[in-house]
Design a protein around this ligand. Structure first.
Ligand code: SF4
Ligand code: SF4
Length: 96
């Protein structure tokens, strides 16, 4: 599943370089590819886009697509076959 970016986005570009999966693309409002977003599980203790975003309630969980931790880790492994995501790196907001 993924985090999603809301209409509050001011297109500041801060989130793009922080994403471990290159899941964020530019636009008037930036967009997260749900197939690439792992909620940063395996790499960071929090969704990095939400951490660096200067706007409140801009990078929020997409409640339409909950995924459990194991599924997010599996997605991270597929996106990074050369790395071993750290299963202890999980934020508290994972649903599913
Ligand atoms: S939560 Fe992490 S993986 Fe998902 S878009 Fe944000 S920075 Fe990228
Ligand atoms: S950091 Fe927040 S405001 Fe800036 S581009 Fe990303 S989602 Fe938009």
């Amino acid at each position: 599943m993924s985090i999603k970016i809301t209409e509050e986005c001011v297109a500041c570009d801060a989130c793009v370089p922080e994403c471990p999966n290159e899941a964020i693309s530019e636009g008037d409002v930036y967009v997260i590819d749900p197939d690439k977003c792992t909620e940063c599980v395996g790499f960071h203790d929090a969704p990095m886009c939400a951490e660096v975003c200067p706007v409140d309630n801009c990078c929020i969980p997409d409640e339409n697509h909950p995924e459990p931790v194991e599924q997010l880790l599996e997605k991270a492994r597929k996106l990074h076959p050369d790395k071993e995501p750290d299963p202890s790196k999980v934020w508290s907001g994972v649903r599913g």
